[in-house]
Design a protein around this ligand. Structure first.
Ligand SMILES: C[S@@+](CC[C@H](N)C(=O)[O-])C[C@H]1O[C@@H](n2cnc3c(N)ncnc32)[C@H](O)[C@@H]1O
Length: 346
């Protein structure tokens, strides 16, 4: 890895050991006692920040669905124009032309009083009913009804029918053991992160998300992971709102798993013969290779069907010539490929 670039990025992004607020930044052993303010998320309201969440115990056969805290309702606060902007003579407001299919993202953005500061999340919502129901029916142990999502999340997240095969894949690639350090480099609202927390109890998990609004939803979800998984996660997942490339470039301690589930972007077309995954304008294969060479045991990439695996492997080997890989197709419920997971070992 070109260290000059890394330091460039540090300077530009202001990423330092002290500013990044991640207790696992230098390895899980350097945990701080109170790493992030987001853990006391008032979304758990009804309870004071100091009161500890209720402890629950379940028998293996018991479905805990009714025992957990209810999902707090959003309290939308419609953004109002400042008094000075209101015209003196208020005429009857002109009706906006109805948009048939697509709601306007800016007009539907509302401020939601969910954290210490009201955060504007564009069209925050829950997963659709079929996702919530499938999560329950398939006994994934992930409560999809407990996530705060964005309108786009359903197309980018780990879906209930994929959970089983994804767990099998990761279980083989990285068997659970104490002291694991896992970095979900492109965490979005945290479905995959939640699955890691389920699979690797006790692991130090860092979830990185570059988009501040999505990161806010991620923070809320990770702060209430004990509801999503119906069990407490210790230590708590650490959420970092930054560019993962800057973060990984500055990482000085080893990690066991770095997971990349990048946006496929507008350039991706279902029917095109080949596609190159990118992150921050760089080929993801190169980033994965550099990450492996950077003292990371395993790098996993989630890729659409038309990413040519041989090309991806060649790019990874430019950064880490010794890299070996295994790939697994994650299927849709009826037939067809949802996506492919490719695990690279050093
Ligand atoms: C496909 S989604 C990941 C979905 C996620 N695995 C889940 O289960 O919900 C990709 C996410 O990566 C984020 N992202 C894109 N570039 C990034 C970067 N350079 N660093 C960190 N996150 C990034 C996007 O904002 C988006 O939320």
């Amino acid at each position: 890895m070109d260290t000059r670039n890394v330091y460039e990025i540090h300077r530009r992004e202001g990423i330092t050991k002290t500013t990044c607020l991640d207790p696992y930044f230098n390895g899980p052993q350097r945990q701080r006692s109170n790493p992030l303010p987001i853990i006391n998320d008032p979304i758990l309201s009804g309870r004071s920040a100091s009161s500890s969440p209720p402890t629950r115990s379940y028998k293996a056969t018991e479905r805990p669905w009714r025992n957990v805290l209810p999902v707090p309702e959003f309290k939308p606060v419609q953004e109002r124009p400042a008094q000075s902007e209101v015209p003196a003579k208020s005429k009857k407001p002109r009706r906006k032309p109805k948009t048939k299919n697509k709601p306007d993202a800016t007009s539907s953005a509302v401020a939601y009083a969910v954290g210490p500061h009201a955060v504007s999340v564009s069209r925050p919502q829950r997963f659709p009913l079929w996702v919530r129901a499938a999560g329950h029916e398939l006994s994934t142990d992930i409560r999809y009804d407990q996530f705060v999502t964005t309108a786009e999340s359903i197309y980018s997240s780990l879906l209930p029918y994929q959970v089983r095969s994804v767990r099998e894949f990761f279980g083989e690639a990285l068997p659970a053991r104490p002291g694991l350090h896992i970095i979900d480099a492109t965490a979005h609202i945290g479905c995959d992160t939640s699955n890691f927390a389920w699979m690797y109890p006790g692991a130090a998990i860092t979830a990185i998300e570059v988009d501040p609004v999505v990161a806010e939803a991620l923070k809320q979800n990770m702060a209430r992971l004990h509801n999503i998984l119906s069990k407490r996660v210790s230590p708590p997942v650490c959420v970092v709102n930054t560019d993962c490339l800057a973060y990984l470039g500055a990482l000085t301690s080893p990690a066991d798993l770095v997971y990349f589930d990048p946006p496929w972007g507008s350039g991706w077309k279902k029917d095109s013969a080949s596609f190159t995954l990118e992150l921050g304008g760089r080929p993801l294969g190169e980033i994965a290779g550099e990450t492996l060479a950077h003292d990371v045991l395993l790098v996993v990439v989630k890729a659409p069907e038309n990413v040519i695996v041989d090309d991806l492997v060649a790019a990874v080997r430019r950064g880490c010539p010794s890299a070996t890989y295994v790939a697994r197709d994650i299927l849709k419920p009826k037939n067809g490929l949802a996506y492919r997971l490719i695990a690279f070992h050093r």
